[in-house]
Design a protein around this ligand. Sequence first.
Ligand code: FES
Ligand code: FES
Length: 172
Amino acid sequence: MAEVRMRVNGTARSLDLDPRVSLLDALREHLGLTGTKKGCDQGACGACTVLADGERVNSCLALAVQYSGREITTIEGISAGDRPHPLQTAFVGHDGFQCGYCTSGQICSAIGMLAEHRAGAPSAVTGHLAATGVPLSDAEIRERMSGNLCRCGAYNGIVGAIQEVAATEAAR
Ligand code: FES
Ligand code: FES
């Protein structure tokens, strides 16, 4: 067994885990944080996306021991008390989900993606890799969110929700 210490949604947690346990199973099965979903369990769908020190990661592909000492944020940790995260509100407003199974991963991924965009990271559809201030077009959002699949096909609402939050952030 291996001792894994991490901060999860702002709280220090300590677990004794088989080193083969994934970060996803540590969150769901050992910490009871079932908001993070297991879709494919092989890195193909994005349903398991969480944030590690603010960067998005597919938690099904990560071993929990790799993340010892890190700050993990799941869907349960993104609201400010009773106040939903702006992306949660926008997903509701734009009908960005149907069954909701992919939604926690979509929202965590969008938080990480917006931070990457703010930091100037290009995507595969960015015209010039060194370009700065690239507008977050629908094509940019779709490419940057392409690791998060939605079997219900709620993509138009997902893109609309992210556009709304990105525009609000840009106006600040
Ligand atoms: S459950 Fe992790 S990518 Fe599908
Ligand atoms: S809302 Fe059902 S899979 Fe996306």
